[in-house]
Write a protein that binds this ligand. Structure first.
Ligand code: DHB
Ligand code: FE
Length: 460
């Protein structure tokens, strides 16, 4: 199912959506670099050399050289970013906007003084208004189109074939992405250290890692294409300068973070930008406000669960979409909101027109408190009840208020709300399948300061 993009038929207008943003990432980042005097000077001194430093497409570089903003926007540029290029040239916003209309600078200014362009006839493509295009096109663009016509034609044929396949797949039944299973696990940093330092066989650690042996076998038998991995950033990529409540990683890759001990010796995480952008757009259209993150280093919250389920390979065998939830600074999202978000994520994933197998993981917890005289709190009874209820009555469990997590599971036990996102994405919650099959359940105390819980639930 295509996402709702009602703005595509607004004339003379490019909406900067997730797809455009992905296309234009390096072009826009290059523009941002012009926010220092030193870079502006270097750029002006040798534009080709400066542009060569950025992994943009040749077409994006050509559009920049031509200062053709319409062209730059077609390749993913956004006006607020491109404005840094205009500013470098000493242009005002009015000059930049006017340059895209095909009007002279004076005519544009006069039109604005006279009350601006009328919306009349300019609401929908095909009406008779004066914004119906074609937009002004530089000679450089025309030259580019001429010399690249063959490549363009091939690209159009290619796009057409892809669309046909997607349409055929969509018509042909279940050829869209599916959530096959959800996985839940604690993510204690000391577990990562035990792996990195070769201590997994020591008596302290052996029972814990033994509990994940069946999980690794299950994963070999049920390997997905993509893991949608819900975790929390532990003051790693997000400091007090900015704290998003829900953040989705839309980048192509994510490096392991240095949390103070040096980066963990684990492979970099390969993302799925296209699916992630699709999920971002779909979930935001369902009224959940996600923060879109392209520059993200992943900490133990993500890497430790990867080791627990995949072992220590040279490269991770799946793509991962990191999804970070703020459980560090209050207010943190409620269990009910996390559960509802899981439902929205399910709708997003299952409307993606490529037959991918997707697992959704919820990490963190179980009971632990890392601070104050109450540090070390563990509540086995509450934790096991949480596991029972997560399996059998997740909607009821989602109603548990914050204060109960703090009182019963310790201040850091609040990480468990993230498990409700994964549970909310299962088929039984959507009413499209039976209760999930419990493929594995494990509980162990302690790992460092934490009670370790682990569940694998399969959609049937
Ligand atoms: C511990 C557990 C965590 O979930 C975490 O993020 C940091 C430390 C611990 O038990 O030491
Ligand atoms: Fe944690």
């Amino acid at each position: 199912m295509a996402l709702d993009k009602p703005y595509l038929d607004v004339p003379g207008t490019t909406i900067f959506d997730a797809e455009q943003s992905r296309k234009g990432y390096w072009l826009n980042q290059f523009c941002m670099s012009l926010m220092t005097a030193e870079n502006r000077t270097r750029f002006k001194a040798d534009e080709d050399a400066y542009l060569a430093e950025w992994p943009m497409t040749d077409e994006q570089r050509a559009a920049v050289r031509a200062r053709d903003l319409n062209w730059a926007m077609r390749t993913g540029g956004n006006i607020y970013f491109l404005a840094k290029l205009g500013a470098t040239d000493g242009l005002s916003f009015q000059q930049m906007a006017g340059s895209m209309t095909g009007m002279s600078e004076h005519a544009y200014r006069d039109m604005m003084i006279a009350g601006g362009r009328s919306a009349e006839g300019n609401r929908v493509t095909g009406e008779g208004g004066n914004a119906q295009g074609p937009a002004s096109q530089s000679d450089a663009w025309k030259q580019w189109e001429l010399t690249h016509q063959q490549a363009l034609a091939a690209q159009i044929m290619d796009d057409h074939a892809t669309q046909q396949t997607a349409a055929g797949n969509a018509a042909g039944s279940l050829e869209h992405a599916r959530i096959t299973a959800s996985v839940y696990t604690s993510h204690v940093p000391a577990i990562g250290a035990a792996i990195d330092l070769g201590k997994t066989g020591e008596p302290y650690w052996q029972p814990l890692f033994a509990g994940y042996e069946p999980s690794k076998q299950w994963m070999r038998d049920n390997q997905p294409d993509v893991v949608f991995l819900v975790y929390n950033d532990h003051a790693t990529s997000f400091d007090l300068g900015m704290i998003p409540t829900f953040a989705i990683g839309t980048a192509a890759e994510f490096e392991p973070a240095d949390e103070g001990y040096g980066p963990r010796p684990v492979p970099k995480v390969i993302g799925h930008p296209d699916l992630a952008s699709h999920i971002a757009q779909s979930v935001i259209q369902q009224d959940f406000d996600l923060t879109i993150v392209n520059d993200l280093k992943v900490d133990h919250g993500l890497t430790v669960p990867m080791n627990l389920l995949f072992g220590s390979p040279d490269a991770w065998p799946v793509k991962v979409i990191p999804f970070a939830v703020n459980v560090v600074q209050y207010p943190v999202p409620s269990g009910a909101r996390c559960f509802a978000l899981g439902k929205a994520i399910r709708r997003a994933i299952e409307s993606y027109d490529t037959p991918l197998k997707v697992q959704i993981w919820g990490t963190g917890g179980m009971s632990h408190q890392l601070q104050g005289p109450r540090a070390g709190l563990i509540n086995k009874e509450w934790d096991n009840k949480f596991l029972d209820r997560l399996i059998a009555e997740p909607a009821e469990l989602a109603k548990v208020p914050h204060i109960e997590y703090v009182r019963e599971a310790g201040s850091e036990g609040i990480e468990l709300v993230m498990w409700l996102i994964a549970r909310g994405a299962m088929a039984d919650v959507a009413g499209t399948g039976p209760a999930p099959h419990v493929a594995h359940r494990f509980f162990h105390v302690p790992a460092s300061n934490t009670a370790v819980g682990h569940l694998i639930l399969e959609n049937q």
